[in-house]
Design a protein around this ligand. Structure first.
Ligand code: NDP
Length: 330
């Protein structure tokens, strides 16, 4: 059956301006790191994308290496895009990145002009697109001159292959330098994509304030710490969960008794607020205007529905913020 998006899709989503740019992003964006590779049934991936768009999630985040195997998330997304979403291309923000190992040899990794330009060409072919909305440098490269990497981003915008550019995983000092170079080149940095959740608060030290001063937006990846900040692991490790999947990013060893006790206390606080822990964890990341969007992952459509349900209860009292800090610091 031909996909027809829900006509009420913009009624529940909140949109936030990305830094001082003209672009607004949905408060919730969907990432395709997991559940879009060749090990997932394409019909499940399609259901996730359709449910997300039906609920007003207009922003899909990819990278050259998402899979497995690397590249397959872009191929599968491209197929679903061609089959279901082409009439709505102008309602979508599609992001991709390059910066991690993608192909053999010295030109398939890090941050050279050679790698970035070839990689975006490959991504566009895999997705069947003429341009992406946002192209990121995925991680800082300690060896390539920063100016070369930023010049490659600027060049891709001038070629029309990306509308905006961003950086990801850059610490505050490197990010500041990158933002200044991009301004100098005339292609402002739209957005930074750092890891940020109740369990990963490093960005609060310097990065978020610096981004606000520079007028650059931010999108927090892994806001649920890969599923730890949900009720998923409160009664063991479900067979269909990320922690049971053999992921090197989340495994049983990380789910210590101490961590689970913290999650239990946070869960009780969320219940008092009348929401799920996953919803409280997302609302908490968005409590600060400095964060443009939370970048979630999902294996089931119900998880996307949970996330959007969070928008109805985003306010925290000072006491609730203090309680959360106490739980996290205990
Ligand atoms: P999250 O922290 O949002 O974790 C998502 C996982 O949490 C889901 O796959 C699911 O796991 C579980 N989950 C989600 N909602 C619920 C719920 N309501 N109840 C119970 N469990 C739930 O984000 P990710 O770590 O997946 O990262 C999100 C995106 O961020 C990526 O897709 C990618 O786009 C981006 N990213 C960027 C990086 C970078 O270097 N720039 C690095 C990592 C991610 P389960 O499978 O167990 O159901």
């Amino acid at each position: 059956m031909v996909y027809q998006p829900d006509e009420n899709r913009y009624q529940r989503m909140a949109f936030r301006r990305c830094g001082q740019s003209g672009l607004k992003l949905p408060a919730i964006s969907l990432g395709l790191w997991h559940n879009f590779g060749d090990t997932t049934l394409v019909e499940n991936s399609r259901a996730l994308l359709q449910r997300a768009f039906d609920l007003g999630i207009t922003h899909f985040d990819l990278a050259n290496n998402y899979g497995p195997p690397p590249g397959s998330a872009e191929c599968n997304f491209g197929r679903i895009l061609q089959e279901d979403f082409l009439p709505w291309r102008d309602e979508l923000i599609i992001s991709t990145k390059a910066g991690y190992t993608m192909w053999d040899g010295p030109y398939g990794d890090w941050g050279s002009r050679k790698y970035l330009i070839a990689s975006l060409d490959q991504s566009l072919k895999r997705m069947g697109l003429e341009y992406v909305d946002i192209f990121y440098h995925h991680r800082p490269d300690p060896e390539t001159p920063l100016r070369e990497t930023m010049q490659a981003l600027d060049h891709l915008v001038r070629q029309g292959k990306a509308l905006y550019v961003g950086i990801s995983n850059y610490p505050a000092d490197r990010a500041r330098e990158a933002i200044d170079i991009l301004n100098d080149l005339g292609t402002p940095c739209l957005i930074h994509q750092p890891k940020y959740s109740m369990f990963e608060r490093g960005v609060e030290e310097e990065l978020l304030t610096m981004l606000q001063e520079k007028g650059v937006g931010s999108i927090a990846f892994s806001p649920l710490a890969g599923g730890q900040l949900t009720d998923r692991y409160l009664n063991g490790i479900p067979a269909d969960s990320r922690a049971a999947s053999g992921s090197r990013f989340l495994n049983a060893d990380q789910l210590t008794a101490g961590k689970l006790e913290t999650v239990r206390q946070l869960n009780a606080l969320a219940e008092k607020r009348g929401q799920k822990l996953s919803q409280m964890a997302l609302a908490w990341v968005l409590r600060d205007d400095n964060i443009t969007s939370v970048l979630i992952g999902a294996s089931k459509t119900s998880q996307i529905e949970d996330a959007v349900g969070m928008l109805a209860n985003r306010h925290f009292t000072d006491q609730e913020c203090a309680d959360i800090d106490n739980i996290l610091n205990s």
